[in-house]
Design a protein. Structure first.
Length: 429
């Protein structure tokens, strides 16, 4: 498939795209708002001539935040436009930056929508987080001489095989990228095999290691646990869970309560549209359950607190003694293991970590990550760490050591971005 055929199929599929949008709006009403932006219609006022950063959703927005802050500090005269594709990503961007950045949804990957969007913002540089590859957006940038960077790029062997099936589409697209800043050497080679120019691929590491924790966040978490009277309660978190995992986690929690009757679980579904159903699941299973969004005080009888707020995940991690990271007991590929590690938490996950193979291998090798297969192993792992504080401390220290050993990726990425911005300035673009 080449780009012309891809574009034709995209146009033919627009009714299905619209139906999917309606279905998502039924589950999460925020999808019904700002639909015009998805077609580059009704865009907010945008000052042109700056840096455009695309972060598809919440995880990418969080990963991009340190880079965006540094770009704002190093290039204060350039407006920064941050785009995403989901309402939760939009909420996160606005919570992180407010009016310090420009923000809208990224239009769909249609040539006329991409052209209209780029003609409005006319960026000097485009930065796409991780592996969100849109052939028409990239081609429209290339036509205008706008360098495009794939930042913090990752490409599993499985994804590479998928892209290889559409080589006539993906190879020209990758060849148009100015810089692919990849996390590992193995991923660099995969990008080159798919058609990226050898000189455009650089191994910079993962910027997720360059996570810094605000001491005020830890102090706030300590204060809230004190307010709850839960300083000595066994408290664990299961975060970024997907459908099919919550039942396993609640089964594990029931086992833990048999040994630790005061145990408290913070359960954080990955997607907001599942908040209500997870609360209902917990209550139907017989757990005394509160919702974080109601701000009700946790008391000695509370067994589960559902984290149904946006932008609080780091804070909720900080409240807990032990962290389980979801998307891993089901074949979703896992989520960011480094956030709880950076907060000094022993980290557990399921076996499905194909989105974080390198990071999980390093954490596992250092003794900072314990993988579990089911509810029994999860309950056993959490219970053992509660009973053995020395083992928990070794996991904490190991996780912090892995982060420290791998930091510097953000600075290497920023150096590459600065070089491209300087080249654009010298060319007068």
């Amino acid at each position: 498939m080449n780009r012309t055929l891809y574009t034709l199929l995209f146009h033919l599929g627009l009714p299905l795209v619209f139906l999917r949008l309606l279905w998502r709006a039924w589950r999460a009403p925020a999808y019904a708002r700002r639909i015009g932006e998805r077609f580059a219609v009704g865009l907010p006022p945008l000052r042109p001539g700056g840096i455009w950063v695309h972060a598809v959703s919440v995880g990418e927005s969080i990963a991009a935040a340190p880079m965006i802050r540094e770009l704002m500090a190093r290039h204060p005269g350039l407006p920064i436009t941050v785009t995403c594709m989901t309402p939760t990503g939009s909420e996160r961007i606005q919570a992180l930056f407010g009016d310090r950045v420009q923000h809208c949804y990224l239009p769909y990957d249609l040539p006329w929508a991409a052209a209209r969007f780029l003609d409005r913002i006319r960026p000097k540089l485009a930065v796409v987080m991780e592996t969100e590859l849109w052939p028409n957006h990239i081609h429209q940038c290339a036509r205008r001489g706008i360098p495009v960077v794939l930042a913090n790029a990752r490409l599993s062997e499985r994804s590479a095989r998928g892209y290889a099936r559409f080589a006539r589409l993906t190879a020209p697209m990758l060849a148009e990228l100015s810089l692919i800043a990849v996390q590992t050497a193995a991923e660099a080679e995969r990008f080159r095999r798919l058609g990226a120019r050898r000189e455009s691929v650089e191994v910079t590491g993962s910027i997720k290691f360059d996570l810094s924790i605000d001491p005020a966040l830890l102090a706030r978490a300590t204060a809230l646990r004190t307010q709850w009277g839960a300083q000595a309660r066994p408290l664990w978190i299961a975060a970024s869970t997907h459908a099919g995992e919550d039942e396993i986690i609640l089964d594990a929690h029931r086992q833990l309560l048999a040994q630790h009757p005061q145990a408290l679980l913070i359960l954080v579904p990955r997607h907001p549209e599942r908040f209500g159903s997870v609360v209902e699941l917990c209550r139907k299973a017989g757990f005394a359950t509160l919702r974080r969004s109601t701000d009700e005080a946790v008391d000695a009888g509370t067994q589960v607190l559902v984290g149904d707020t946006m932008g609080e995940l780091l804070f909720l991690y900080a409240l807990a003694d032990i962290a389980f990271v979801g998307g891993s007991l089901v074949p979703n590929g896992g989520h960011n293991l480094l956030e709880p590690a950076a907060l000094g938490k022993p980290v557990l996950s399921g076996p499905h970590l194909f989105n974080f193979l390198e990071i999980s291998a390093q954490l596992r090798g250092a003794g900072a990550l314990r993988e579990v297969q089911d509810a029994d192993q999860l309950a056993q792992g959490v219970g053992e760490l509660w009973r053995d504080p020395a083992a928990a401390q070794r996991m904490r220290d190991a996780g912090l050591g892995v982060l420290k050993a791998n930091q510097g990726a953000l600075e290497r990425l920023l150096a590459g971005l600065g070089h491209l911005l300087g080249a654009v300035g010298r060319s007068g673009a």
